[in-house]
Design a binder for this molecule. Structure first.
Ligand SMILES: *[C@@H]1O[C@H](CO)[C@@H](O)[C@H](O)[C@H]1NC(C)=O
Length: 277
């Protein structure tokens, strides 16, 4: 940053809002232009390791494709004879092969700063399909923010967990699932401890939540097409249905940004000074 000696001396007296914001793009819009770009920013399967989680799909690389430049497509395919997944002390039957990608980097809301995630999604709402664009804790659990998840019900859900039983959630009717919808999620440090989370769909604010003690904690970013589990079962059974309805193509707009706006400002409302693009 350019700063002459006089500015440097004056800075401690200047208000926080006079500080220039700093912003850095963490995942660029070109991330889905080709497989090399995808693999620069994302790993296959879950970013904490493993290819199963809390539903009926086993993830692999073959079900994740850059179908056309700028579009990531994850396809779920029915399968038989797979060993079950183990989650929460239970066996979960695996009835599908599908895909997940996890960002290679971790994302942390710093004190006085924030993160923004945006992407366009075309997501199935068929019963038994459970696509999601979400953040979850690197250490322990929660935090978890479901920036968008579709649980096979015709709705889209936005969730922020304080504990497994105390969460903020909003389910919204999801019209035209055959089209792309813009999702945007903004995380802002609220008070040095808690993080305010705002969810937008197609430019409209859908919900504002507060995540307890989220500031300073690293997140994984995951995009996956889980099956069954919270989206109900049985899921769809024919291959054709999978190709057409259980793919989630996503366009090139996955963008993660980090913004920080000077030091913590002692309760001063810096929301209006912060942000964006
Ligand atoms: C989660 O915790 C934050 C911070 O204490 C609080 O503002 C919010 O209301 C809590 N959410 C729920 C659902 O209780």
């Amino acid at each position: 940053m350019y700063m002459n000696i006089f500015t440097a001396l004056l800075l401690p007296l200047a208000s926080v809002s006079a500080l220039p914001k700093r912003a850095e793009t963490l995942i660029p819009k070109s991330v889905f232009d080709n497989t090399a770009n995808l693999e620069q920013y994302f790993t296959y399967n879950y970013p904490w390791g493993g290819n199963t989680h809390n539903g009926g799909a086993r993830m692999d690389k073959d079900h994740v494709k850059i179908s056309t430049p700028g579009t990531l497509t994850i396809t779920a395919q029915p399968v038989k004879g797979q060993p079950p997944a183990q989650h929460g002390g239970k066996n979960i039957p695996i009835n599908y092969l599908s895909g997940a990608v996890g960002a290679k980097q971790h994302f942390t809301v710093p004190k006085g700063g924030g993160l923004s995630f945006s992407g366009s999604f075309q997501a199935t709402t068929t019963k038994g399909t459970w696509p999601a664009f979400w953040l979850t804790a690197v250490n322990g659990w929660p935090p978890e923010i479901d920036m968008a998840e579709w649980k096979g019900s015709g709705k889209i859900s936005f969730n922020t967990f304080n504990t497994s039983s105390v969460l903020s959630w909003k389910d919204v009717t999801y019209s035209n699932p055959g089209q792309f919808h813009d999702i945007r999620c903004e995380l802002r440090d609220k008070n040095g401890k808690d993080t305010e989370v705002k969810f937008w769909m197609d430019g409209q604010l859908q919900a504002t939540h507060v995540g307890k003690d989220y500031t300073g904690k690293p997140f994984y970013l995951v995009i996956n097409l889980q099956m069954e589990g919270s989206s109900g079962s049985p899921g769809p059974t024919t291959s054709e249905t999978f190709v057409t309805h259980t793919s989630i193509p996503m366009n090139a707009n996955i963008l993660a940004r980090y913004d920080i706006f000077g030091e913590e400002s002692g309760g001063h409302n810096i929301v209006t000074d912060r942000y964006i693009e």
